[in-house]
Ligand binder design. Structure first.
Ligand SMILES: Nc1ncnc2c1ncn2[C@@H]1O[C@H](COP(=O)(O)OP(=O)(O)OP(=O)(O)O)[C@@H](O)[C@H]1O
Length: 264
């Protein structure tokens, strides 16, 4: 069952203390994350997309504002994270990387391996369980990272440019794979991407942040029915929405810090 809202973000602002009077990264962001939905976050470089994800993951504290998770019995949310780099442990095989979070929870290696089998199948890694990270392609390493996040049965899966380091064709393929996996798991997903077409192809809702300090400037419910295939990229509606979103993302360069005269 999917209640309406998994996470309500209210008036979220973040200022980093950088020794120059503070750097405002996010300004008064209000956002609802609907449960079981796929939300993509777009915005110019430096608009605070990663900062937003890190706050939701509990890795940093906001300067002001609040986050309210709607989890069963008010339990702390389980959050899975996948970054641009897979960050695998090079001394552990693919399956040992996937089981790591369970082992850290005290689950025996045998039980963890049994649970991992289903996720290995889900992400398409059967036959590569015992491969070392150095022998995996970038796409396969990201599959391991996805399985490692999913095995924790997260309430929310946060993806920060998960395919940004892959070549264009592998990236497209991984996008389709992610759709398949998401549909199979019914997990709530929030994904940061620089790719407008990736956002439109994958997400139910696209949110756009302004140039720094990031403010929410656009929320778009993607109108394309599911299941979606790559073909929708070529439809006039897709092309029109891509142009429309591009106009919302004004790439403004970050202000160059003014050199201050040394005090005498
Ligand atoms: N720990 C930190 N301390 C100081 N400033 C930070 C810190 N983390 C991020 N920033 C600054 O906050 C702003 C937002 O950064 P963030 O990485 O969230 O943007 P982004 O939209 O994800 O950028 P990109 O698309 O380039 O990855 C940037 O100006 C960045 O330099």
């Amino acid at each position: 069952m999917c209640p309406a809202t998994l996470l309500r973000i209210k008036n979220l602002s973040v200022t980093f203390q950088d020794g120059n009077g503070g750097l405002e990264a996010l300004d008064s962001v209000n956002l609802d994350l609907p449960e079981c939905r796929f939300v993509a976050v777009l915005g110019p470089s430096g608009s605070g997309k990663t900062t937003l994800l890190r706050i939701i993951a509990g890795l940093i504290q906001p300067t002001s504002g609040s986050l309210q998770f709607n989890t069963p019995e008010g339990n702390p949310p389980r959050i899975g994270l996948v970054f641009q780099q897979a960050n695998l442990m090079p001394w552990r095989t693919a399956i040992q990387n996937i089981t790591l979070p369970l082992e850290m929870q005290g689950i025996s290696e045998k039980d963890a391996c049994e649970r991992a089998r289903g996720f290995i199948d889900l992400v398409g890694l059967r036959g590569f369980e015992n491969s070392w990270p150095r022998n995996l392609s970038g796409g396969m390493a990201q599959r391991v990272a996805l399985a490692r996040a999913l095995i924790q049965e997260p309430d929310l899966l946060l993806l920060d440019e998960p395919f940004g380091a892959l070549d264009a064709l592998t990236r497209e393929h991984m996008g389709a794979e992610l759709l398949r996996i998401w549909q199979a798991r019914e997990t709530t997903v929030m994904m940061v991407t620089h790719s407008i077409s990736e956002a439109l192809l994958l997400a139910d809702r696209v949110v756009v942040l302004s140039a720094r300090p990031g403010r929410l400037v656009r929320e778009l419910d993607v109108p394309f029915p599911r299941p979606r295939t790559d073909e929708i990229r070529y439809s006039p509606e897709f092309v029109a929405l891509s142009h429309d979103l591009r106009a919302s993302i004004k790439e403004e360069p970050e202000p160059i810090p003014v050199a201050r005269k040394p005090k005498k």
